[in-house]
Design a protein around this ligand. Structure first.
Ligand code: ADP
Ligand code: MG
Length: 403
């Protein structure tokens, strides 16, 4: 149950090391809007370079369909990385093709070569083991060691995460080691009260974690887009808010289970309702059971928790010893719907204990809202991976490293 560390790879001087990073950053018109994941990879990259090795850095970006798509090129990432790290960074226009092969051949210690998006090749995510193994074989050809540092993908059985680690000596990078260490503290010997805050838009993705966490936590605070499925299940009108109608029974079941276990599922008492989905929509704050009684009627939609709820959630967070937060409380990308998320982030910085932010958009939100990363106990770079860890699922990308 412990990950192989970088030290287990021995002397890396003069070696070539393949490092799986998570450079899956948000882009708008080819411009990186949040480089947090690139910065999170720096510690491991520097450590490997300082050990005297050359690095071949690999990552996916977005969800291209197994073929090159210009909008998902890692070229902007390589450019940003070269600004952030004091080492020569070059970029190969393909992943295992002629450009990558030629550049790998002339790579020197202290240099980084970033390969093009792994998911431009369908073998990366293939469910056929032999196809993945073939691709992993090409990725690891000529390298002396493999370092897995893309925490955001360790729950995926993919060529660059799982198969590559079986072909050459492999170890967890510093980021993967740090992330797992924190998440372990959320699952064993947790300090109480333990509060989990869930929001965001991927309701069905997150229902599993609710089921698993209920027996372990003291309070579950629910906001964001996921809250309306709960409100609907309780019989409230929710206008045109996000809702997964096929999950009403599941959600009702969770409410019963929580009551039996004595766990508080805390739902918002007030909601910011918008006339439509847009930054300049008209808004009103209403009680959560009066959402259709606004001037917008049934076309109104809830896009943030209200101020009373933000205050309540904030005080429950501040009085906890352990807090895990995944998913923004509202559409924080628009200023009018950012207050709930800002209040939760602020409370989390004041936790006397361990306060963890998990989830790609949640991490981006705290940075976009101007919070210092160091104000939090930990900001996880992997949303899906951290949720699956907390759900108690086995993560192929960790197991292959000795977990
Ligand atoms: P994370 O990446 O942190 O796990 P998600 O991907 O589940 O979070 O959700 C993030 C998205 O949820 C954000 O883009 C945000 O705008 C959206 N969101 C939050 N609250 C609502 C809401 N009430 N209605 C619609 N979308 C919402
Ligand atoms: Mg997300």
């Amino acid at each position: 149950m412990s990950l192989r560390t970088l030290e287990t790879l021995g002397d890396l001087s003069g070696k070539t090391v393949l490092v799986r990073c998570d450079f899956n950053v948000p882009l708008a018109d080819g411009v990186i809007t949040d480089d947090g994941r690139i910065r999170a990879s720096l510690a491991t990259l520097k450590r490997v370079l300082n050990a005297g090795a050359a690095i071949v850095a690999i990552s996916h970006l977005g969800r291209p369909d197994g073929a090159p798509e210009a909008q998902y090129s890692l070229a902007p990432v390589a450019a940003r990385l070269s600004e952030l790290i004091d080492a020569p960074v070059s970029f190969a226009r393909d992943t295992v093709g002629p450009d990558a092969t030629e550049r790998r051949g002339s790579l020197k210690p202290g240099e980084i070569l970033v390969l093009e998006n792994l998911r431009f090749d369908p073998r990366e995510t293939s469910s056929v083991e032999s196809e993945r193994a073939e691709f992993a074989g090409l990725l690891t050809a000529g390298v002396d060691a493999f370092v897995s540092d893309g925490f955001g993908v360790v729950h995926r059985k993919q060529a660059s995460v799982f198969d590559a680690a079986r072909l050459v000596p492999s170890a967890a990078g510093l980021l993967v080691a740090a992330e797992t260490d924190v998440l372990r503290r959320l699952t064993t010997d947790t300090q109480r009260p333990y509060t989990v805050v869930l929001g965001g838009s991927k309701v069905s993705d997150k229902l599993g974690v609710i089921e698993h966490l209920l027996p372990r936590v003291d309070r579950l605070l629910i906001g964001g887009g996921m809250v309306f499925t709960f409100l609907k299940a309780l019989g409230h009108n929710i206008g045109s808010s996000l809702c997964e109608l096929d999950r009403l029974d599941t959600v009702t079941q969770y409410l019963h289970t929580a009551a039996e276990l004595g766990v508080d599922i805390v739902l918002p008492t007030d909601i910011v309702v918008a006339s439509r989905f847009g930054a300049d929509a008209d808004t009103v704050v209403t009680a959560m059971d009066e959402m259709e009684e606004t001037p917008f009627g049934s076309s109104g939609l809830g896009l943030d928790i209200g101020p009373e709820t933000a205050e309540k959630f904030g005080s429950l967070i501040r009085s906890s010893k352990t807090v895990f937060w995944n998913g923004p409380m509202g559409v924080f990308e628009m200023d009018k719907f950012a207050a709930g998320t800002r209040a939760i982030a602020d409370a989390l910085t004041k936790v006397d204990g361990l306060g963890v932010v998990g989830g790609g958009d949640s991490a981006a939100a705290v940075r976009a809202l101007g919070f210092e990363e160091s104000a939090f106990g930990h900001i996880s770079t992997g949303g899906g991976a951290s949720l699956e860890f907390l759900e108690g699922k086995s993560l192929p990308g960790l197991e292959v490293l000795g977990w």
